[in-house]
Design a protein around this ligand. Structure first.
Ligand code: UDP
Length: 329
């Protein structure tokens, strides 16, 4: 029995692959390598290069292998790009997910884990936000993911098909063993950008807004270590294997850190006092997005190992250094 990871060569997907390999699972990957890297994958992965919306390829994968479950990471993830090009997001995140789900139903693959996002809440009224909060995405990215959640719910009511949707908060850090990390170019996420500034890969770091209604005026986020996130997926898979029903869960630590706190952590861990500039707010940014995580803790017996901002930063920084070496070869 194998687990099929879509987008397995990407940032979160590649961590999932290493974790599954360590757990002794048979591993299949489908990836179009548009943003992922073959070198990020363990050698044991059987890789299909192609499109996750290609039903012929999916049918072939399901025919050639005994697939127990699908973990679906493939998709587009840049919020501002989704505003400029919404149809790309409704194609990559919604329409192609529909094709994948249909291929699963046709092939009788009955367990599915989906990468959803805290962006489905938009600007939450109550923080920490729980899973029953109103779903009001502020971008086509958030809407494209929410539409897939809704499809999953309907399909699980109609067919022999159970799913878990994990709503990710701010994913950061890298494999503690240094095998993979966030490698896509032109990163916009705070911890990655701050690590690049610390290593001199960019001249300065901008703080997007210092006048929010938060303790120090900068945005508050719930940063979750990518390895803990991968382990939550594996526990979610094990839960579905027990026959448990479909569920939606927040994936975060329930701790909020401000932009200034993150910058202080990156400066402390790196020992570099890089330049920081206060800039205007970025369009669409919420002041506070922090998870209520009681459901995932209870349902999965999830015990995060890296709920520690300096550790997250240390791993991100180590990976950033490795990436510099790799890119200079
Ligand atoms: N942020 C910032 N400067 C940057 C990147 C991000 O001040 O160069 C802030 C952003 O406004 C937000 C927080 O850092 O308050 C996290 O942003 P990120 O883009 O990492 O994730 P998001 O929460 O938008 O998904």
């Amino acid at each position: 029995m194998a687990v099929l990871v879509t987008g397995g060569a990407g940032y979160i997907g590649s961590h999932m692959c290493w974790l599954l390999e360590e757990a002794g699972e048979d591993l299949l990957v489908i990836d179009d390598f548009s943003t992922g890297f073959q070198w990020a994958l363990p050698d044991s992965a059987k890789v299909y290069e192609g499109d996750v919306g290609d039903q012929e390829l999916l049918a072939q994968i399901f025919k050639e292998n005994d697939v127990d479950a699908v973990i679906h990471f493939a998709g587009s993830i840049i919020v501002p790009e989704s505003v400029e090009n919404p149809l790309k997001y409704y194609l990559n995140n919604t329409a192609k997910s529909r094709s994948l789900i249909e291929a699963c139903v046709t092939a009788g693959v009955d367990k599915f884990i989906f990468s959803s996002t805290a962006a489905v809440y938009g600007d939450p009224e109550v923080v920490p936000v729980d899973e029953n909060a109103p779903l009001k995405p502020l971008s086509p990215y958030g809407t494209s993911k929410l539409m897939t959640e809704l499809m999953l719910s309907d399909v699980s009511n109609a067919h022999n098909f159970r799913y878990t949707a994990l709503r990710y908060f701010n994913v950061a850090g890298a494999d503690p063993k240094g095998r993979t990390g966030q490698s896509t170019k032109n990163a916009t996420h705070l911890i990655k950008v701050a690590c690049e500034a610390a290593l001199g890969k960019r001249g300065h770091l901008g703080i997007f807004g210092t006048d929010f209604d938060t303790p120090d005026g900068t945005g508050l986020r719930d940063y979750i270590h990518v390895w803990d996130l991968a382990s939550a997926h594996y526990l979610a898979l094990k839960r579905l294997r027990t026959g448990a029903g479909s569920i939606v869960m927040n994936a975060g630590y329930s701790d909020g850190y401000s932009v200034r706190q993150v910058i202080d952590a990156v400066k402390a861990v790196s020992g570099v006092d890089f330049e920081v500039r206060e800039e205007p707010r970025r369009a669409g940014d919420s002041p506070k997005v922090v998870a209520q995580n009681t459901r995932i803790l209870a349902e999965l017996d999830w015990k995060p190992e890296y709920n520690n901002l300096p550790k997250i930063v240390e791993h991100a920084l180590n990976w950033e250094k490795k990436l510099s070496l790799r890119n200079s070869l």
